[in-house]
Design a protein around this ligand. Structure first.
Ligand code: SF4
Length: 443
């Protein structure tokens, strides 16, 4: 009940938008495509464009070949993208449409202009979640586009995982500050957080170019941030083009960011600049100054697995107790990874993911023994309101607030922002609930 996830194509569409001049295409009914687009539009507050094969009852019986070949011709004629990224839906998966054969047919018919590309990924939504769809599409970018380059390039690939465009921008800032030559893919900054400047551009400036995606095969190494969203692509790149893969957590919080910066330092052979060291110092200063407000606070974390693994560690590092951990995304390694990061500091932790790990379960746990804070997406607001527990909106989707598009939560600066949000939540609650004589003006 009240699933803590959404469907695979939403993630595939988000990843595809991170390719420059790409039009995502949903091979299914118009209803699916409308839902995927609106889910992304409502979170990112930007118009999300995508095409659809517009399945009808007839397509369900005879298959989607005619619709997709027609769609490919129409899209290249009317909208002129550089690349179409097709993902399937429940219906086309159930029919069993073979997308590579259909694309080959479209190429044979001359519907794919010279120099233009069509890639695809399978996203049956009865398996996995939106994170699985994201991972599948990024792996397909590698499968279709990465080219082994005998002349080793100087670049390093960074797969940022499913994070906000603001996070992708922050990761790029860190990489530039550390003088790491990089290819970040996918990259939705300047695609889903564009400036309002009076100019209308059908395809925004941002996104990883096809040329860059081809060059990922010649990079010196790949940093995959987040096991669930990025590992498949990094492994694929290693198998296809022998690019060594370094799997890391999302750099959320102090120690996950430390590991990211250390990996850049060791693998890329670059020095850590004073600017980054100072950012770390400011974070540590704030953590130690405010420690008494975090101590032993019980927290519920719900959302996407890569985000939660890093958040659980950060909460435990702040001496909080992340006691309930729920993710709708299935995967056997989730519990192991959370427990690894908690290092036996929270023995009472309850962890659930995959089928049955939903908002209803979380609500039951909270009713049995409450928490001081919930960190999760907008859907948590119902539990927050029912139980009168503060909520910090984090993850996907956030439908009823802004800020996630502007302010990153990755890196040391992102951790400072998270810390500020947590402190605000605890202190506002204290101000509201404390007896008159205990109300403090200063910290
Ligand atoms: S039918 Fe499947 S692909 Fe379409 S919106 Fe529903 S879950 Fe997603």
């Amino acid at each position: 009940m009240n699933a803590a996830k959404t469907c695979q194509p939403v993630g595939a569409m988000y990843a595809a938008l991170g390719i420059h001049r790409c039009l995502p295409h949903s091979h299914g009914s118009q209803g699916c495509c409308s839902y995927h687009r609106s889910a992304l539009t409502r979170h990112y507050k930007e118009p999300v464009m995508a095409a659809t094969s517009s399945f009808t009852e007839g397509t369900s019986v005879f298959g989607g070949m005619a619709n997709l070949t027609q769609a490919i011709q129409t899209i290249f004629t009317a909208y002129e993208p550089d690349i179409i990224a097709v993902h399937t839906t429940c219906l086309s998966e159930t029919i069993g449409d073979d997308i590579p054969s259909i694309v080959a047919k479209a190429i044979e018919k001359g519907f794919v202009p010279e120099g233009k590309l069509v890639i695809h990924t399978n996203t049956p939504s009865y398996i996995g979640s939106h994170v699985t769809g994201f991972s599948n599409m990024v792996a397909s970018m590698v499968k279709y586009l990465s080219q082994a380059n005998p002349k080793s390039a100087d670049t390093f690939n960074v797969i940022p995982g499913w994070v906000e465009p603001s996070d992708m921008r922050e990761i790029k800032r860190i990489l530039k500050a550390m003088n790491v030559p990089f290819i970040l893919f996918p990259d939705t900054s300047d695609v889903l957080d564009t400036a309002l400047d009076g100019e209308r551009q059908f395809y925004p400036d941002g996104g990883t170019t096809v040329e860059e995606l081809r060059r990922t095969g010649g990079s010196r190494a790949t940093f995959a941030l987040g096991h669930f969203a990025s590992e498949a692509a990094a492994k694929g790149l290693n198998e296809k083009c022998s690019v060594p893969a370094h799997l890391l957590d999302l750099p959320i919080g102090l120690r996950a960011t430390d590991r990211f910066i250390s990996a850049l330092h060791e693998v890329c052979g670059v020095a850590v600049p004073a600017e980054i060291e100072k950012e770390r110092g400011r974070l540590v200063d704030l953590m130690s100054d405010m420690q008494q407000y975090f101590d032993r606070k019980r927290v519920a974390l719900v959302g996407d697995p890569d985000q939660i693994v890093a958040l659980a560690e950060f909460c435990a590092d702040l001496d909080m107790r992340p006691v309930y951990i729920v993710s709708g995304t299935p995967g056997k390694v989730f519990e192991t990874r959370v427990l690894e990061r908690l290092e036996e500091r929270v023995p009472e932790v309850k962890i659930a993911n995959g089928a049955g790990a939903d908002m209803f379960l979380l609500h039951q746990w909270i009713k049995q023994e409450p928490v001081d804070l919930i960190i999760g997406n907008t859907y948590c607001k119902y539990i927050s309101r029912d139980e009168d527990i503060p909520l910090i909106r984090h993850g996907f989707p956030i439908l009823d607030r802004v800020g996630h598009s502007q302010f990153p939560t990755v890196g040391y600066m992102g951790a400072i922002r998270l810390l500020e949000k947590m402190l605000d939540a605890f202190l506002s609650r204290k101000d509201r609930d404390d007896a008159e004589e205990k109300l403090e003006l200063v910290l």
